[in-house]
Design a protein around this ligand. Sequence first.
Ligand code: NAD
Length: 487
Amino acid sequence: MAQSKALLVLENFIGGRFVPCSSYIDSYNPSTGDVYCKVPDSGKEEVEAAVKAAKDAFPIWSSKSPLERSQILNKLADLIEHDLEAFAQAESKDQGKTITFARTVDIPRAVSNFRFFASSILHHVTECTEMATMDCVHYTSRAPVGVAGLISPWNLPLYLLTWKIAPAIACGNTVVAKPSEMTSVTAWMMCKLLEKAGVPHGVVNVVFGTGAKAGEALVCHPDVPLISFTGSTLTAQRIMEKSAPYCKRLSLELGGKNPAIIFDDADLSQCIPTTLRSSFANQGEICLCTSRIFVQRGIYSEFLKRFVAEAKKWKTGNPSDPTVDVGALISKEHLEKVRNYVKKAQAEGARVLCGEGVDSLALPPGNQKGYFMLPTVIVDIKDESCCMQEEIFGPVTCVVAFDTEEEVIKRANGVKYGLAATVWSSNVGRVHRVAHRLQSGLVWTNCWLVRDLNLPFGGMKASGIGREGAKDSYEFFTEVKTITIKH
Ligand code: NAD
């Protein structure tokens, strides 16, 4: 197919150098449907070279002081921040997200990931106990593990990749990272800044390619003792299987089917705009997005009326238009999958109040082939429906009524996932009670997505294994040893 513009061609970053690959994958601009970039289709050979470079760099990097590493992380944060607009433009084009979201959420967070771990690495203390009757002191020491394999998804590309790279290298590990094959551009742009930031060659290596080839080669590499993975539960199962023969250390951040529980004493003026964001931000492509909204019966009609009216105001269209709220979904296949969920719900007798199949979507001429979908609200749906049980990962949310606290806790917990929940009520006793009983790694009360990076992040049940955060990431990316001294 003739292309009017030259395609962007990415290269792997191995041992401090950009290295071409023998074959490439097409990468699409989701807002136009055009191929605009070629991503290396790496496999075993490329992963082997990257692991070797990371192993060679480990002795020097791991022996640097936390302060030296911290200064380099801060420099890298400054360099990304300096190029924030270029990164935001690239992320929006590559992923389909709105330029506003990339500018205000993705790239600022990538910057703060490096700053946060540059700081937190300076403040850890290890334990020490005294056993006077035995004339002993015991203490723990922590050391980096080695080469860390980092695998990230397409929804928040640089944000989630740096959330892994920053703690891994702050702790003294070297890394081989594999971003999603669908969103590789900002990782490649970051590689261009590493040398200037003072990151020694081989400390950060990035291999691009598919999960089946490059991802699995990394997971199965005997010299990569730990894998930090963010992505779907299905892929995590495969990674667990494949890594089992090597007894690898795994951190798994997976999908969700997140409930919002709205009691009749909730402040709807806060709850409605926040629940719209929690349902539709980033096209609903955030693992923390709300997709089951339980509303207490007394306010159900009022909530629904106001929620749907506001959802209809969300503007869907060209992601580079700063007035647009909903950009394009990641791919044609994903758009089809999300649409099919809506169709299945309708076939089961559910009603769609706005969005897909109900409202018309007017797109600018350049975006007619893009993967767009309007914010969609489904009602009259049973808890057993696949739309209430499975992760849709698109701008689709279901609203159902409930009567009692006891009932809603049971229903909210009635899925295989357990990542994030929101609870809306002005009764402080109730929010504590409900928060304690929800099977969810994160519970936000009267807010959503307010994060303190110090605290554990992660899911329970099929939403993950392990936690990330200041202390949790430090523990994951280091090996602890207990030393006993008799005097
Ligand atoms: P995915 O599981 O398809 O892919 C994630 C990454 O794994 C990609 O880089 C992919 O190439 C790689 N991969 C795929 N198969 C692999 C294999 N066999 N071996 C090794 N690597 C492999 O997920 P996705 O579609 O990119 O992302 C969406 C999913 O990620 C959703 O389920 C979402 O909830 C989840 N997610 C979770 C969090 C969290 O923090 N819990 C955050 C963001 C996204």
